[in-house]
Design a protein around this ligand. Structure first.
Ligand code: FAD
Length: 494
């Protein structure tokens, strides 16, 4: 690595969600001190999916000074309060993973311990009844109120979002070049020196961001960084995506419906619905997958079903020499918990924090890679949890998932919850205790005991404690208008 070369020009290869998020952030926040160029190919296009997000996207929008209503209007977005998991625990057993916090904790233990005892005594309602976002999602209500903000994310049109960010990036001086990258040039020491386009243009630079999607043109095809395959834990390797007309007001949550060898998503936008089937080709042919999806659509198709092949896993390094991989080029975790755009945003923020203006330092590179890996491993475990903890035995795919070995880190968390009802969030981890609890209970994992401090309350005290929380949740949710009315009013005001 060339330690002291100042970074004056950044070249972003690729203009999908990853390329334009990176481009907008670099141009807006650093455009006065560096030159930013983005190359994209209209002929190749983008993956075109990736429409469900999680609440951390607020951080990115705040960083760019974007107004929520404006982003929503520009991307036909709806609000998202969680994900409904249907048929995951078992066929016809459903639950919701909401973005909210459950009940109230005490100094010694989490709310789930109070709820577990309440459940044993027959005095507790559904765990979701103790969470505002959960109830609001189920009742189709939403609002952004002062001091009572619901923890929310968005469903948004991926192409419109990329266009919106592209405008911001170009307003702040980013130079967009359309063309197909035919060759990547390297210095003798291996760093990338430039891109050569099919029309003969040379685009040289100091730092290169690989946003070329699954092709990973720079980080893998050029730098041979290596890939850790996780498909033994997450065996789905294909998806078919299609857009349909809306047939009902948009839900304030994503639907994830488990099928015979994978799962189907439904993502409601203001004007249409995004649908897809993620599946494992070992257990389901592409033709049968297409049929399964088409048989389970609600509105007329607006596009032709499109096949996408992928491999689950991670690039061994995300920053290698003078190249940083962001987006699908850095690896792939299936979209079960809508984490890819979050990971893009995390890499962008990390890049800004560690921006090597005075030259690339090996410690920065190592730290960037270390932090990225920790985040990825935690998300990976959370996603595997949904497959592993299931009572489904109806198909070979689900029997495989139920019996597969899982990473030790996840096996420990499952055992901890099962034995004692305990959940701990690790530093830098995306999903908090409420998320783990909702999914573990939802998938059918039942703790053997609750924390003994709960026994300090009599049954009457516990009943009134639970009742009070539930009433507060109901009172809060009753104040919200319908999700659809709120979106109309909110976006019209732009
Ligand atoms: P792409 O969109 O593939 O963009 C690659 C870019 O590189 C394009 O502009 C292309 O033209 C350019 N390019 C490639 N090669 C060349 C070349 N030779 N010359 C010039 N340009 C080139 N994420 C979520 O957060 N939520 C979701 O709900 C979600 N759902 C998903 C569902 C599926 C089935 C899949 C596969 C992914 C999903 N994702 C989701 C992930 C999400 O789609 C991606 O993280 C996001 O779209 C970013 O993609 P990208 O920009 O890295 O790649």
């Amino acid at each position: 690595m060339n330690e002291a070369q100042r970074i004056k020009k950044v070249v972003i290869a690729g203009g999908g969600t990853a390329g334009w998020m990176t481009g907008a952030a670099l141009a807006k926040l650093m455009g006065k001190s560096i030159e930013v160029v983005l190359v994209e190919s209209d002929e190749i296009g983008t993956v075109g999916v990736g429409e469900a997000t999680i609440p951390t996207l607020h951080i990115f929008h705040r960083l760019l000074g974007l107004k929520e209503a404006e982003v929503m209007a520009a991307t036909n977005a709806t609000f998202k309060l969680g994900i409904a998991f249907e048929n995951w625990h078992d066929v016809h057993k459903n639950y919701l993973h909401s973005f909210g916090y459950l009940g109230k904790d005490c100094w010694a233990c989490g709310f789930q311990h109070f709820w577990l005892k309440g459940q044993q005594r027959g005095i507790a309602a559904d765990i979701g009844d103790y969470c505002v976002e959960h109830l609001a999602a189920r009742q189709g209500r939403f609002a952004v109120l002062p001091n009572q903000d619901l923890n929310h994310a968005y469903h948004m049109d991926a192409s419109l979002y990329a266009n919106y960010l592209r405008n911001i990036a170009q307003q702040h001086g980013l130079n967009r070049i359309e063309g197909k990258i035919a060759r990547v040039k390297q210095h003798d020491h291996g760093d990338i020196s430039g891109l050569v386009l099919q029309d003969g243009q040379h685009i040289d630079g100091d730092l290169f961001i690989d946003c070329t999607g699954f092709r990973a043109l720079l980080i893998e095809q050029t730098l041979n960084t290596g890939f850790d395959d996780w498909s033994h834990w997450l065996p789905c390797d294909s998806a078919i995506a299609v857009q349909t007309k809306s047939v009902a007001p948009p839900l304030a949550y994503t639907r994830s419906i488990a099928r015979q060898a994978g799962w189907q998503w439904r993502i409601p936008l203001q004007n249409r619905v995004g649908n897809g089937l993620v599946y494992c080709s070992k257990y389901l042919s592409d033709a049968d997958a297409r049929q399964t999806l088409v048989d389970n659509l609600e509105g007329d198709m607006l596009t032709e079903p499109r096949l996408i092949k992928f491999r689950t896993g991670t690039r061994r390094k995300h920053w290698q020499k003078n190249c940083i991989a962001i987006g699908l080029s850095s690896g792939f975790l299936e979209p079960l918990e809508s984490t890819s755009i979050h990971l893009i945003q995390r890499s962008i923020i990390r890049l800004l924090q560690m921006f090597p203006a005075q030259g690339i330092q090996s410690a920065d590179v190592a730290e960037f890679n270390r932090q990225t890996e920790i985040e990825l491993l935690n998300i990976r475990d959370f996603i595997i949890l949904h497959y592993k903890v299931t009572e489904r035995t109806d198909t070979p795919f689900w029997r495989y998932c139920r019996s597969m070995q899982v990473p030790d880190s996840l096996a420990h968390r499952i055992a901890l919850f099962q034995q004692s009802g305990k959940v701990y969030k690790f530093a830098q981890e995306l999903f908090g205790e409420s998320s783990w609890i909702q999914v573990m209970l939802g998938q059918g994992l039942q703790p053997a005991q609750y924390h003994p401090i709960v026994d300090a309350m009599s049954d009457d005290e516990l009943a009134s404690f639970l009742q009070q929380i539930q009433s507060n949740v109901q009172r809060s949710v009753a104040k919200y208008p319908s999700h659809q009315d709120f979106i109309r009013h909110y976006c019209q005001a732009v």
